[in-house]
Design a protein around this ligand. Structure first.
Ligand SMILES: [Mg+2]
Length: 365
């Protein structure tokens, strides 16, 4: 079997305005993504999505489209779609960076491979190590305390018992926001914070006593990207576990985090890491160092969310004391797949079926 074509269709979705994310990394009111289809000479196809965000990785809908059309598709067309490792390595040699763009193609390759073999993607990864229901935390943007409390109530109405609150702007306002969510949802609600690289080390040190009093269970990316030493120092000052997100895009970054003893958790997900297989490499390295991984998010649509779920069930070290961000479809009012990802009891459910386990709508084929 040979790959005959790689199609990328610009796709834009409006985030539910009542839930839009605002953070130290900026606002995310709309998603401008690509829907990917890989075709073969035997009629089977694989689907993926490029969930690009310029402020996150420097990739946009436009750069992803050009790079796929002019470069990465050339790496794939004519190739045997079963040779995932070889094709992923080939894309990495051809193009530095651009993880969300590459992840979209890898996702479609694994979806296709699963359909060829008649197996779900998580079986291709070695099979599920845990329940196929993954517990979630909602993401609450950097809004006023009142608005943050309203969004927390919405999360509660969806059955979620955990959230992360965006901080990393003005420390006193950040704390007031976290306080409002704690007061609204009570002491049993699991609460993390995500500074999205927005704090200085002095800001973080100033925020720590209040965050400790508020029972925060994870401090995500408090300092600027790559400041492993600063995170190491922060860890000496608090019992709140520290999580790295923006600092760990690649296995090399994860190695640096481990060497510098800079984190308790590493947030991974296929888009940020350049695909499911690269996320798995980071998870395995972290597992060897005794570090658990959480699944992060860039507001994926349903296919990207399915890719996260296949990874989550198969990886060796999914965190159990902090919940996961497999939440993208909860923020959109429309879906490109025939059936959306299912949510139940505050968990995302692994879709059943071959490949990623979702069928796209006819207009996307
Ligand atoms: Mg984050």
């Amino acid at each position: 079997m040979k790959i005959t074509a790689v199609n990328a269709i610009p796709t834009s979705l409006v985030v539910n305005p009542k839930l839009a994310i605002v953070s130290a990394a900026g606002a995310h009111p709309e998603s401008h993504y690509l829907a990917i289809t890989i075709h073969t000479d035997e009629g089977l196809v694989g689907h993926g999505e490029a969930t690009v965000a310029p402020a996150w990785s420097g990739e946009s809908q436009g750069t992803a489209l050009v790079l796929i059309q002019q470069m990465l598709s050339i790496a794939l067309i004519g190739a045997d779609p079963m040779l995932t490792n070889l094709l992923v390595d080939r894309m990495d040699r051809m193009l530095i960076g651009n993880p969300f763009t590459k992840a979209a193609l890898e996702m479609a390759l694994l979806d296709l491979k699963g359909k060829i073999l008649g197996l779900p993607v998580h079986i291709l990864l070695g099979g599920a190590r845990r329940s196929t229901k993954i517990p979630l935390k909602f993401s609450i943007g950097a809004f006023s305390p009142k608005e943050a409390a309203r969004i927390a109530r919405h999360a509660g109405s969806l059955g979620l018992r955990a959230a992360k609150v965006k901080v990393g702007l003005v420390v006193e306002e950040d704390i007031a926001r976290v306080q409002a969510v704690r007061s609204e949802m009570g002491d049993d609600f699991r609460l993390a914070v995500d500074a999205n690289s927005g704090w200085t080390e002095a800001d973080a040190v100033r925020a720590l006593p209040a965050l400790e009093c508020l029972g925060v269970n994870a401090l995500e990316q408090p300092l600027r990207r790559g400041d492993f030493r600063g995170c190491h120092r922060l860890r000496q000052r608090t019992h709140i576990p520290l999580m790295l997100d923006e600092s760990v895009f690649t296995p090399q970054h994860a190695m640096e985090a481990i060497r510098e003893d800079a984190s308790d958790f590493i947030s991974i997900y296929p888009g940020k890491n350049g695909g499911i297989l690269r996320s798995m490499e980071i998870a395995q390295m972290a597992a060897a160092a005794g570090i658990e991984c959480t699944i992060g998010s860039n507001l994926e649509m349903d296919l990207g969310t399915a890719a996260m779920l296949h990874l989550a069930v198969a990886m060796p070290n999914l965190a159990t004391t902090v919940d996961h961000d497999i939440i993208g479809p909860l923020y959109y009012l429309e879906h490109l797949t025939q059936a959306p990802i299912r949510y139940e009891d505050g968990c995302a459910i692994l879709p059943e079926g071959n490949g990623l386990g979702l069928e796209v709508q006819r207009s996307q084929k």
